[in-house]
Design a protein around this ligand. Structure first.
Ligand SMILES: Nc1ncnc2c1ncn2[C@@H]1O[C@H](COP(=O)(O)OP(=O)(O)OP(=O)(O)O)[C@@H](O)[C@H]1O
Ligand SMILES: [Mg+2]
Length: 352
């Protein structure tokens, strides 16, 4: 034991007075044997620990429980502190009487500093994550508000002017039709047709930006309207199943579900190659379960070859996930057979 350098090993009498001292103790604590033998081991403790009676408690615990095992700050000869692991064991004679203690100390300062740094980084990461989450929540909110405003502006501004233009053209058409050559009448009729088309497109754009039905009639009607239009535009056979007992939900939840389905179907149209889509919105006991499934080529998930190959990560899926997490839910992309299934679970606040 004399020669061991990695551990400070020494013996004490029953009162904590040091009676032996090895090479490791000298190296770790800085005292030579002649300086320290005969002194009380409490001098290795910080003044705060001494004040709180820790050295005496260490010996009491060792006696009571057969050993003491702990970690803490201790003080070297030069006054610097080091973090160590300490084991104290009572020494007994053949009659079972305590004749002293052995103490093994290991310097763990480096590990302690490392652990503290890891802990500090983990806390920083947690804070950064929280502020990122707050920020993306705000971004989504701003995006929704902006879309709502744009939709209204389009509808009430350009939409109204176009409607007036259309009325003017129609009355012009009716009043001068007899007096103009057929080629001119044809151009006028064509202008009316174009105006009607742009009115329709403006209205569709406005409704897609923010369906008035979503606020007025709720998610169910807005989804039926949107899916109907989607089938018409995309030719994708889309099944929409909503629990019959699902009634109005909090506005942010309705918006989130609507936006997720909108993006899910847009993705199916743009990326999957599937000719079918299935949407289920199920009301559970305390949650809403949403699934969006297709039978296409499947969404490459994290870690797959295709994603490692540098597939561009879009805003769509990240936005879906963020909307779900903002509402305290879970989001998952699973493989379908074939195709893929997006699953989202939203908790319902009790009492809603
Ligand atoms: N239903 C799907 N089937 C197959 N691949 C999909 C499907 N949905 C998404 N993907 C793949 O995942 C990628 C990421 O989708 P995401 O919606 O995040 O971005 P994006 O649609 O490319 O762009 P945007 O930001 O406009 O949504 C897509 O580029 C596509 O490769
Ligand atoms: Mg997308």
């Amino acid at each position: 034991m004399e020669g061991i350098e990695d551990y400070a090993i020494y013996a004490m009498d029953p009162n904590g007075v040091i009676t032996s001292w090895n090479a490791g103790a000298r190296r770790i604590k800085g005292y030579a044997a002649a300086e320290i033998i005969g002194q009380n081991f409490s001098r290795f403790y910080t003044p705060e620990d001494v004040e709180q009676g820790l050295p005496a408690r260490v010996l009491q615990t060792a006696l009571k429980e057969g050993h003491y095992d702990g970690e803490g700050w201790r003080v070297k000869k030069d006054g610097t502190r080091f973090w160590c692991n300490v084991v104290v064991t009572p020494l007994r004679d053949s009659g079972g009487n305590v004749i002293g203690f052995s103490k093994i100390t290991r310097d763990m300062t480096e590990r302690k500093i490392l652990m503290d740094r890891v802990q500090q980084h983990a806390e920083e990461l947690e804070r950064a994550q929280q502020s990122l989450r707050r920020l993306s929540g705000q971004l989504l909110q701003v995006q929704d508000d902006e879309r709502r405003r744009l939709a209204r502006e389009l509808h009430d501004g350009a939409g109204q002017i176009l409607a007036a233009l259309n009325m003017n053209l129609e009355s012009l058409h009716d009043s001068i039709l007899e007096r103009i050559p057929p080629s001119m009448a044809q151009r006028l009729a064509e202008s009316i047709r174009l105006t009607n088309q742009v009115i329709k497109e403006t209205r569709t754009l406005s409704y897609l930006l923010h369906p008035p039905l979503l606020d007025e009639a709720g998610l169910r009607d807005a989804l039926h309207w949107f899916v109907g239009g989607f089938i018409e535009r995309s030719g994708i056979q889309t099944e929409l199943e909503i629990s019959p007992d699902l009634s109005r939900l909090p506005r942010e939840l309705e918006t989130a579900v609507f936006r997720i389905i909108q993006e899910g179907l847009t993705n199916i149209h743009r990326h999957s190659g599937s000719s079918k889509a299935r949407i289920h919105l199920i009301l559970g006991q305390n949650e809403i379960l949403l699934t969006i499934a297709d039978e296409g080529k499947g969404i490459p998930t994290a870690g797959t070859e295709e994603q490692k190959g540098g597939r561009k990560l879009g805003v769509g899926i990240a936005g879906m996930r963020e909307r779900v997490l903002q509402l305290g839910g879970c989001f998952e992309i699973a493989a379908g057979n074939p195709g893929s299934v997006i699953k989202a679970v939203f908790p319902l606040a009790l009492g809603d």
